[in-house]
Write a protein that binds this ligand. Structure first.
Ligand SMILES: Nc1ncnc2c1ncn2[C@@H]1O[C@H](COP(=O)(O)OP(=O)(O)OP(=O)(O)O)[C@@H](O)[C@H]1O
Ligand SMILES: [Mg+2]
Length: 388
């Protein structure tokens, strides 16, 4: 029965856990399948940093303590908010999200706190704000750093005693909600710059969860690749070939500025188009000024030795890639062309995390069997068991 319990029925899950003595997160993991959230082992992986995140979520979910989630773009902040809400005792209430930068400053106060009929020209009816909509649920303020100071002080009041007034109203209203905020910048820097209230920061970060960037949890990459391939294979009803080891190594050496979102987009394209070559070229450094750049950060002393070593590596990498492509990824020919030994080429390829074998050809055509009509369904995904 627990397998079919949905996230918004988390109270039922807790009840079942009390009966069965099972870990609520494990039980939730089963129900998450039904709710389309990634399973817990995918969500948290196995790195110490993510295990610490899991422990924190587990400890604070059932409390009403405000939580601030920090992390670069695409690290999974929103997924964590969904989990926090689903595991909270307010899971039956609404999870109300406010994307702060998306709402013009002039409208933010009415959007958050609502307004009374006649508050301003055009206010024909009373309107509930997001804060009131989140009564008995969770209020999620995404990119909280973009809230202006006036709104921050009004929210501070809500955090202090749960009261606020609608725009144009005189009556103080009372609500009970759990506040979760997310930020991808450093709010302390904003406090120093005078654009963020220190007392508001103290209130919202009773518990702070720091999500590591993907490059700092690279051990989780194979499991994530596997998960996204399976996920999109089901959606597109097509399973691509396994990625080559060299492509996976290249992905492991990549710095992932867009984090898991970037990985997900890349794997989705791979499943859809089937071109490992396209995937590999996405991860290769862009050529700048023919491979050499003289743009350096002069705010601190620079090491000429380190800069030139890095530039030489980048240049080597680009040249090797070009010659490999020109020789249809034949490594023997490439080594000859570059006038280096075959062993030396292999070493350089592995050091730079570049593919050693030719990327596979585009497989889109193989998605449809010969003779199959255009409207025929694509073949069902082949079950895959191997992790990268
Ligand atoms: N641990 C994870 N396992 C599986 N998918 C993940 C994980 N973390 C993030 N994702 C996926 O990556 C994408 C980005 O995640 P999410 O929107 O939660 O990131 P974010 O930190 O809120 O990004 P932003 O700061 O840009 O809003 C989503 O499609 C999400 O499903
Ligand atoms: Mg987000």
């Amino acid at each position: 029965m627990a397998l079919h319990v949905l996230v918004n029925k988390h109270c039922t899950i807790l009840h079942l856990c009390a009966e069965t003595g099972r870990d609520p997160l494990v039980q939730f993991a089963e129900s998450a399948v039904a709710n389309n959230l990634p399973p817990m082992d995918i969500l948290f992986g196995k790195t110490a940093a993510m295990q610490a995140v899991r422990n924190k979520i587990e400890r604070v979910a059932e409390t009403d303590v405000p939580v601030l989630i920090q992390g670069e773009s695409g690290t999974g902040k929103e997924l964590c908010v969904q989990l926090l809400h689903a595991l909270s005792l307010r899971a039956r209430g609404a999870l109300v999200k406010v994307s702060c930068p998306a709402i013009p400053h002039s409208l933010l106060e009415t959007e958050l706190f609502g307004y009374e009929k006649g508050a301003f020209t055009g206010a024909m009816n009373t309107k509930l704000g997001r804060v009131e909509q989140a009564h008995n649920g969770t209020l999620f303020l995404d990119e909280v750093g973009s809230l202006d100071l006036n709104v921050q002080s009004k929210l501070l009041q809500v955090l202090q005693d749960g009261t606020f007034t609608r725009v144009g109203g005189h009556e103080s209203r009372s609500i009970t909600t759990r506040l979760v905020t997310a930020a991808n910048g450093d709010l302390r820097t904003q406090v120093e710059a005078g654009t963020f209230r220190l007392d508001f920061l103290f209130r919202i970060n009773a518990v702070t969860i720091n999500l590591p960037p993907l490059r700092e949890r690279i051990a989780d990459l194979p499991v994530l690749i596997d998960y996204f391939i399976d996920h999109y294979s089901k959606i597109f009803n097509h399973t691509p070939e396994l990625l080559s080891k060299s492509a996976v190594r290249l992905m492991q050496n990549y710095h992932w500025p867009g984090n898991i979102r970037q990985l997900e987009n890349l794997v989705r394209s791979y499943v859809l188009i089937g071109s490992e070559e396209a995937l590999v070229s996405e991860l290769m450094p862009e050529e700048k000024n023919g491979g050499i750049t003289t743009e350096i950060d002069l705010s601190a002393p620079v090491s000429l030795k380190n800069i030139t070593r890095q530039a030489t590596h980048d240049l080597e990498r680009q040249i090797i890639l070009k010659v490999l492509q020109a020789n249809s990824w034949n490594r023997q020919k490439t080594a000859k062309w570059l006038q280096i030994s075959y062993r030396s080429l292999l070493y350089k390829l592995s050091e730079a995390g570049m593919p050693e074998v030719p990327p596979r050809p585009i497989r889109v055509t193989s998605m449809r069997k010969p003779g199959e009509s255009v409207g025929a369904p694509l073949s069902a995904p082949v079950p895959r068991t191997r992790l990268y």
